[in-house]
Design a protein around this ligand. Structure first.
Ligand SMILES: [Zn+2]
Length: 89
C-alpha cells in the first residue's frame, strides 16, 4: 500500500515498539478525518475505494498498536493515541 511510504520516511526508519498511528504524517488525526469524509462523501467509486483502503490501513495499524500496548505499557503512554485520549490534562 502506498501509504506505507509514510512509514519509510518516519524517523527512526524502523521501530517495532512504536505505534504508527498519530506518528506518521499520513496517520495522524486530520488525515484520518479526511479519509473518513472521503469514504463517505466522494461519489467517484475508484477514489472512494482508495479512501476506504486508507481507512482499512489505519484500522490494521491501530490493531497492531493495541496488540503492542497489551504487552508494552510504556509504548502506550508514549504514543500519540494516549495523548489524544488524555488531551484534557
Ligand atoms: Zn501504516
Amino acid at each position: 500500500m502506498l501509504v506505507d511510504l509514510d512509514h519509510v520516511f518516519a524517523d527512526p526508519l524502523f521501530d517495532p515498539n512504536r505505534c504508527g498511528i498519530g506518528y506518521h504524517p499520513l496517520h495522524s488525526a486530520i488525515p484520518i478525518f479526511v479519509y473518513v469524509l472521503g469514504a463517505i462523501f466522494i461519489k467517484n467509486s475508484i477514489i472512494r475505494l482508495i479512501f476506504i483502503g486508507l481507512l482499512f490501513h489505519m484500522f490494521t495499524d491501530f490493531i497492531d498498536c493495541l496488540w503492542m500496548f497489551s504487552y508494552c505499557e510504556e509504548c502506550y503512554t508514549s504514543s500519540e493515541i494516549y495523548k489524544w485520549l488524555n488531551f484534557s490534562d
